[in-house]
Design a protein around this ligand. Sequence first.
Ligand SMILES: [Zn+2]
Length: 302
Amino acid sequence: MGRSIGVVMTNDITAGLIEDHRLIGKLRRYPEDPDELHGLVDLPTDPLVEVICDHIMALKPEGHAEADNLDAIGIALPGIVRAGVVEDSPNLGQLKGARISQKVEAVLHARGIRAPISLFNDADASAAGLAATRNQLDKVVRVWTLGNGIGFGRYPDAPGPFEGGHTVVSLDSKETFCGCGGVGHLEGIMGHRAMRLRFMDMEPEEIFANGKAGDQRCADFVKRWHRALAAGTATSIHLEGPGRFYITGLNIGFLDLALLNQYLWDMVKMSPLQSYSVESIPETPEIAVIGAGTAAELDQKR
Ligand SMILES: [Zn+2]
């Protein structure tokens, strides 16, 4: 039975000790005060690495063996991650090009911890966490995370960027709200930041509330938001086949699953591809932490 530590960096940093795909004890958070927003956006890489290492030191199980009683450490963050390096991270810009694994490893070695470190995309960690907690580690699991950006995660981890949030879902050249600067992207319609840029006079919560109350402009946008997600999902189905999709994230409350399924039905018509399923999951930080730890441990068994 393996023990690992999962660390997830998004708007804040959460970390936990994982044993047998379960969280042992409580999650640790930075900043401790959840109202302290944008705590990470302003923090340079080296202090970030220190915070991560402090979490790991505090969570590490005590033991007598010369090994650390720890099989693996998994760190997940938003962006394109390859071989321990953050190649790009539009929502945590300071991390671009950072050799996070190497930096964390150096600090931990100095503190006597030698467990191997794996680095993941945060949405991939959510996919691994959903697979681990739902007995689906033998299946392909895909997940959309609806937040400031739109994450697309896949388990098992596969070579390739899988930047599903940047799927082109519109040919309208005026669709320019994506955080990456690309035109017509899913995130440019669905992302929290993108919605605020589109409706300068309304918060996303108000857009959805006004849509329900009958405001035509808002109601049209709510339909467009759902059709965009259906288009991204349909594209993934057409490229990689049907299967299980989960949808989660901070803005999961905006999702009307019946409406999404209705649009998906219109977009996926080949019968061998229609055996997909879509499930909405409330946002919980535990899932990605469990996924980061579990995927790191599985990395060591490969
Ligand atoms: Zn984009």
